[in-house]
Design a protein around this ligand. Structure first.
Ligand code: TXA
Ligand code: MG
Length: 340
């Protein structure tokens, strides 16, 4: 199949809306990462999402909605949900609610709940306004691989497997949405860390308790306890090359003397004297941010990992992120990407 990369003109948005309506797949830009979209009311189209990504059927999809879409069509609204959506939608937050019978079990992996999100990207807002149905979309990467933050990333790994990629530029946030299970009126369960500020979340939630994700769920293959978010396998977002983490630059002194070709990924640009030490000519250095800005790190993380995965180095060594506004989400992605 030939994949067309489309600029976000009105004519192309019409074309993509019609393709979705017919049951075709379209890769769409969002402020978090690109999504692989299908008409959520077309089960065959959604089945194709799983096939194209190589995604297990046990991993449910997120439904993307236009701002004025009536949520009651697809899920049971709760007071807590309505309070939070006023603050966080459109934006990088996904809510888990009880699903309505209208949603096919295929989409939710048989769960009674459904995950929904109203994205803020102007191009996809324009597309969703043209769609009289919700749009199911997981991240547009092969299952387990690094998420895409540009149309070119989607083309590189899924080109030939879908007809259209809508180009909305580089994702502004670069990290997947925060997932909040808001079915219980007394408790918000954070299923996945994202870019939203948890202090603002707690303020908006009032006296409702925030339950944080488990540190490392399902580590033990013999552990049969129910999954937090089904499909949240521990290894995820991973390059094909071995990825290792380090916490302090001091550790590099032990790692550096090696004949191997290493790529080092720092969170922040090291000072000039760092480079004056002796290094192996094969070693390359990269950084996520010039001066420690964690939003910049979020925007750059996946693009950097993809570049390093495509480079000639044998291994990637990435520095973990110091405490800050996005450190939980960034370290979550790094630790999972490095998991064996
Ligand atoms: O930012 C995002 O959320 C991006 C963009 C494209 O919107 N989407 C995304 O989708 O990250 P995906 O499929 O790569 O990750 C969705 C996660 C999966 O871990 C899935 O298991 C979980 O959401 N999920 C979906 N439905 C769920 C449900 N009903 N209950 C709990 N977790 C759910
Ligand atoms: Mg994903």
């Amino acid at each position: 199949m030939k994949t067309r990369l489309l600029s976000p003109t009105d004519a192309h948005l019409d074309l993509c809306a019609e393709a979705l309506e017919r049951g075709e797949l379209v890769a769409i830009p969002t402020e978090t990462v690109y999504g692989l979209a299908a008409n959520a009311f077309n089960e065959e189209a959604c089945r194709n999402i799983f096939a194209v990504k190589g995604r297990p059927l046990g991993d449910p999809l997120i439904l993307h909605l236009a701002e004025n879409y009536s949520v009651t069509e697809i899920a049971r609204e709760t007071d807590l949900f309505n309070r939070l959506r006023k603050v966080f939608w459109p934006g990088p937050v996904t809510f888990v609610l009880e699903k309505s019978p209208r949603i096919a079990p295929l989409l939710t992996a048989g769960l009674s709940s459904v995950a929904i999100r109203c994205p803020a990207h102007p191009v996809t807002k324009g597309l969703l306004r043209r769609c009289p149905f919700p749009v199911a979309a997981p991240s547009a990467n092969p299952f387990g691989y690094i998420s895409p933050t540009t149309a070119q990333h989607v083309e590189a790994s899924l080109g030939g497997k879908l007809p259209y990629i809508l180009d909305g530029g580089s994702a502004e946030v670069g990290l997947e949405s925060t997932i909040l299970d808001v079915r219980d009126p007394h408790k918000i369960r954070i299923l996945r860390y994202g870019s939203i500020d948890l202090t603002t979340l707690q303020k908006t939630a009032g006296d409702v308790t925030l339950e944080l994700p488990r540190e490392r769920p399902h580590e033990d293959p013999a552990d049969n306890s129910p999954r937090e978010a089904p499909g949240t396998l521990w290894r995820h977002y991973s390059p094909r090359k071995p990825l290792h983490l380090f916490a302090t630059r001091k550790q590099l002194e032990e790692i550096l003397p090696t004949p191997k070709k290493y790529s080092f990924l720092f969170h922040t640009r090291p000072s000039e004297d760092f480079f004056s030490g002796e290094t192996n000519a094969q070693t390359t250095f990269h950084w996520l941010s010039e001066n420690g800005d964690q939003e910049e790190m979020g925007r750059n993380l996946y693009a950097c990992l993809r570049t390093l995965d495509a480079s000639s180095s044998d291994e990637i060594w990435a520095e973990t992120i110091p405490p800050g506004p996005l450190s939980k989400a960034l370290n979550d992605r790094l630790v999972r990407a490095a998991a064996k």
